[in-house]
Ligand binder design. Sequence first.
Ligand code: NAP
Length: 294
Amino acid sequence: MSGPLFDRVAFIGIGLIGSSLARVMRRDSLAGHIVACARTQATLDTALALGLADTASTSVAEAVKGADLVVIASPMSTYRAIAAAMAPALMPGAIVTDVGSVKGSAVADVTPLLPAGVHFVPGHPVAGTEHSGPEAGFDTLFRGRWCILTPEAATDAGAVERVAELWRRAGAMIEVMDWRHHDMVLAITSHLPHLIAYNIVGTVADLEQETQREVIKFAASGFRDFTRIAASDPVMWRDVFLTNREAVLQMLQRFTEDLSRLQRAIRRGEADELQDLFTRTRAVRRGIIDAGQA
Ligand code: NAP
């Protein structure tokens, strides 16, 4: 299939995720016109210089005027104010979607503010890097990765399908699920691993100077992989933990119980317990490789 999917697309936020999707739309001519919106003119100048948008505006209301698709791709703490600013300017029948990592808060912050006749299709591409900004994006970021959509049951099926088709064009696989389920699954598969990485790298950063040098020197022995994750965008991850608080705390509770069990096994010298777990976890890794998600 070819030809534009949308006449006029507004990106509210044009960083890593927004600019990657804009690159796909440019590459495959999926939008008649793209307008970029961000707080700072510097971001917009970069987006225009990279050819990611036809026009740009720091005003959300200005940007969404006449758009048949609005993609919110800014930090989640900005959603409520953005939804309030766009609501009076949205075209009837417009589709609003987002890319935020937590879906419960997206629904709570956006849905009540949108006028009747505008369709909200929350989305989350499960893909990313530790880099930020319009320069960090690339058009293959979503290829072979999942994009999870969490529309309410009453949401217009045609609008959901148009958003799904956009992500398919980006190379993503689509899964539709309830936002509550999404937030619980992501708490354990994404949010908790980031919390653990932030914690271990933070612990090391607090150690005295001499030890830190040793850590950098021998980083390849495991610590290095944590530092990559712990270099992820601070604002985005602050928002993830504040917006998905309940699910993260639930998973953290289970995690600390399991960690205590490991601690006891080490103290008691329970070799079998340790080896059993490490054998099971190796199988999990193999499963991820087999699923093409490595
Ligand atoms: P990013 O690279 O930091 O980009 C954020 C963009 O939002 C920038 O263009 C920023 O420009 C703009 N922005 C910030 N505040 C704004 C406001 N009040 N109004 C309008 N624009 C605003 O961030 P990102 O990694 O693309 O993340 C964006 C969203 O994607 C987040 O909600 C995140 O949860 C989600 N997500 C991220 C990843 C990942 O791995 N990074 C993966 C999946 C989903 P200015 O600073 O100039 O305003």
